[in-house]
Design a protein around this ligand. Sequence first.
Ligand code: ADP
Ligand code: MG
Ligand code: ZN
Length: 643
Amino acid sequence: MNFDNFRNNLRDDKPGKRPIYVYYIIAVVIIILLNVLVLPALQEKSVIQKDYTSFLRSVDAGNVTRAQVQNNYIFYVEEIDGKEIMCKTVRMHDEDLVNRLYDAGVVMEAINTEGQSLLLSIIAGYIIPIVIFIFVGRWLSKKMMDSMGGEGGFMSFGKSNAKVYVKSSTGIKFSDVAGEDEAKELLTEIVDFLHNPQKYADIGASMPKGALLVGPPGTGKTLLAKAVAGEANVPFFSISGSEFVEMFVGMGAAKVRDLFKQANEKAPCIVFIDEIDTVGKKRDGGGFGGNDEREQTLNQLLAEMDGFDGSKGVVILAATNRPDSLDPALLRPGRFDRRIPVELPDLKGREDILKVHAKKIKIADSVHFDEIAKAAAGASGAELANIVNEAALRAVRDGRKFATQADFEESIEVVIAGYQKKNRVLSNKEKLIVAYHEIGHALVAAKQTNSAPVHKITIIPRTSGALGYTMQVDEQEHFLMSKEELENKIATLTGGRAAEELIFHSITTGASNDIEQATKIARAMITRYGMSEDFDMVAMESVTNQYLGGDASLTCSMDTQTLLDQKVVELVKTQHAKASGILNENIGKLHELAKYLFEHETITGDEFMNILSANVAIGTAGEALPDTTESVSGGEHEETSAD
Ligand code: ADP
Ligand code: MG
Ligand code: ZN
């Protein structure tokens, strides 16, 4: 990849607006100038010291218009040629004075005596309020303009306050992220696009506008996004979803607008919205109007994502650990159309992560990371980083200069004690069961003609509760599913449980999700797709809220419902039997594959297929089995045999 030809000019972002403190400084300077220069001058001019005699003379001459006694002085205003001059004189003991002033028609106690306070009162009475009015006025008008969709601004109210990073400030590279090769590969393409947009434009390709990093907490989603920023050498806006949630109504939407405005100005650039589920939660169909503010923010986000031109090079990354709670509109093509799974690391990944973090501490030569990684099954990247740090702390506590193997092992226990509570670490026995369960799914899928090939299987527990996971990728997208395909899908779902039964002769709770899904499909086949002879093309359910969630409600009589339930059970039972049959036939492969998965924790589709298509293994199976026919379409005719 070519990181050299980045655009330097992008990085000297010219200040669009002067920062607010400049205005404060100007205001302070003006006030100081007023105080230092103007005020004393005024003061000197305004109050002239006179002797008492000349005061009396002025009074007698009728030039004094007003007078006031304050402390030991008499302040008075003398009028000469129509000009008023403020004077003061020392107060004498003069019984006659009041009468004298009265006779001369002087208005008494009517002067604001101090020149300084006169000026101060002008400042306090006029200038400060005016300044405040200007500020408040601007602030209000800005706020109003923002909520009306206009722009312009003086204060930073309603601004996105997204942090802007450039390469130098994050300093994180892909090499700092261990494992997660799939995610890195997908993100590398985005980085490449930002560097060589021409290459893509020549072909006419436009980058996906958005990529969504999904995965459990602590697996390095935020880290990956920062690494993208570090590699891409373009401005990187980072904002957390919760920062959109504002005290004032309409502010969230304004922030979104501002963020995208900035991003457009700085394109090519990357916008990263962390924890997007805070703003991107599903809008609900009805209720009490929902959370209007959040919905507005989301709508604004959707609109902005549509509004900008993908070829300009604004790429939006987002991270979440709750993808299922996101609004479907966010996930549709043209928005976050690329989904990047960031999963818990497997054995190899754990080892790599440990090594990356161990670089930061001093360790003894004898540390075996593979053993540590093995012991920390189910730990996330963040937990592994924690383990390394704990080990270093332990070494310091014991007064050693290096962390040893023992330090690591002890610290695993410290950290594991933390997550054993969360029930995520599998015992070997459990791991074995899960391995068989997952291979059961995969094998049934692979042995059915119409089932999609297996892409990847892992037995790394995930936070969703599933202990393992078989990822299937359809060869081509299809919208129409045949009855047979649906049946095969159900068979595949029951394959996990079937394998458990076959090998361990006992069943576990691990199949709950499978059961739910299989039931859903079977039910839909009968109630909605008209795929049973008994009901023909009669809809038993109608879908409400189709675009958001898709709940269904029954529209049939009680009797039919009972019958319906029976049919669903029948359907699933048949497929379950079929799956058992397939596994029984291929039990040798089942053992072999499960063993491989147990040892490696992850198996890719290719590896799976290699093992599957290798010569029929005879020795591996420990049990008697009637397996010889390596028929691809095995199963169909077995349907009724087991039940
Ligand atoms: P997430 O955003 O997915 O919850 P983070 O990206 O905040 O997780 O990760 C937390 C920390 O865990 C990181 O700062 C890093 O130290 C460590 N970490 C997680 N995954 C990895 C990884 N794949 N490689 C290296 N370190 C990791
Ligand atoms: Mg995060
Ligand atoms: Zn399963």
